[in-house]
Write a protein that binds this ligand. Structure first.
Ligand SMILES: NC(=O)c1ccc[n+]([C@@H]2O[C@H](COP(=O)([O-])OP(=O)(O)OC[C@H]3O[C@@H](n4cnc5c(N)ncnc54)[C@H](OP(=O)(O)O)[C@@H]3O)[C@@H](O)[C@H]2O)c1
Length: 267
């Protein structure tokens, strides 16, 4: 497998997607399956993964359920299992994510730790374990970040910290590993269940979809843009921003104090 192979066509590529039980991850699985990639799908809910795999008939799909907040050895075992399905890997999509709707003062410390493990540490440990395989295939890593990964965001302190950490870790990996293409995806507002599972004050669960996500971008459209960016080995892909996200980006670049005031007032 050469670098040309990963940039020209995706037929037969070996793709591992975390967080494939729903939302953006499930949509990505659909797009990669439709171009004949061989998939490894991860998430915690095995029944949902199995159902998704069953629906993707045109390709080989392996299911690898595990919890991203597991310990180091468990994560390494799962990375080894992912590599074993197709004897290597061409693309790793670090997509699993857990959001937050709690102020800094309300966030349970155990939830802060979980946010960091699910969104950041878990993916960093998996990436360490698969680097040799990706080096060999001149493969790629795509990392799902957010506007909260480039700025603070109200009620999302731990989530934002974890997404910022992804940038530092995977940017460094890209510098150290020139054979591996790293694409950081900065997604805006996408219509998924991310709010349902978000952690809430006092170790609670948010349990609902906020308007900003209910009216967000279609996950299939977002997945298509991610696939295109990864295919072209882009360093950064912005997607699902909408007018609000574009405004956010502009203010972040040119008027940070104003952005902070707006976020304080409107969230
Ligand atoms: N939706 C947005 O507006 C938006 C914006 C910016 C960035 N993003 C990012 O996009 C990615 C996908 O999010 P989404 O919107 O598609 O959300 P989603 O529908 O809630 O999907 C999240 C995925 O992560 C998995 N997951 C959650 N906790 C896990 C754990 N402890 N262990 C293993 N897997 C776990 C879930 O699977 P199980 O429940 O089966 O474990 C699910 O497949 C995330 O990284 C998110 O931060 C989303």
């Amino acid at each position: 497998m050469t670098a040309e192979r990963t940039t020209r066509g995706s037929d037969g590529l070996r793709v591992w997607i975390t967080g494939a039980t729903g939302g953006i991850g499930s949509a990505l699985a659909g797009h990669y399956a439709s171009t004949g990639c061989r998939l490894v799908l991860s998430g915690r809910r095995e029944d949902v993964l199995t159902a998704r795999a069953g629906a993707l008939r045109r390709t080989e799909v392996a299911v690898l359920p595990f919890d991203m907040s597991s310990g180091i050895e468990e994560l390494r075992r799962n990375a080894a299992a992912a590599l074993a399905f197709y004897d290597g890997l061409d693309l790793f999509i670090a997509n699993a994510g857990l959001s937050q709707r709690a102020r800094v003062t309300e966030l349970d410390p155990s939830d802060l730790e979980r946010l960091l493990r699910v969104n950041f540490t878990g993916h960093a440990i998996l990436a360490q374990a698969i680097i040799p395989a990706l080096r060999e295939s001149a493969g790629s890593i795509a990392v799902l970040s957010s506007l909260a990964g480039i700025s603070g965001a109200p009620l999302r302190s731990g989530y934002s910290a974890a997404k910022h950490a992804l940038h530092g870790f995977f940017d460094t990996l890209a510098i150290e590993e020139p054979r591996i293409a790293v694409t950081t995806v900065i997604a805006g507002f996408v219509r998924t269940d991310i709010g349902l599972h978000a952690v809430a004050p006092g170790a609670g669960i948010h349990g609902r979809t906020d308007d900003i996500h209910a009216t967000g971008s279609d996950p299939d459209r977002v997945a298509r843009q991610i696939v295109r960016g990864v295919h072209r080995r882009r360093a950064v892909v912005y997607t699902g921003l909408g007018a609000r996200g574009v405004f956010f980006r502009l203010l972040r670049r040119w008027a940070r104090p104003l952005l902070r005031r707006i976020l304080r007032k409107h969230g």
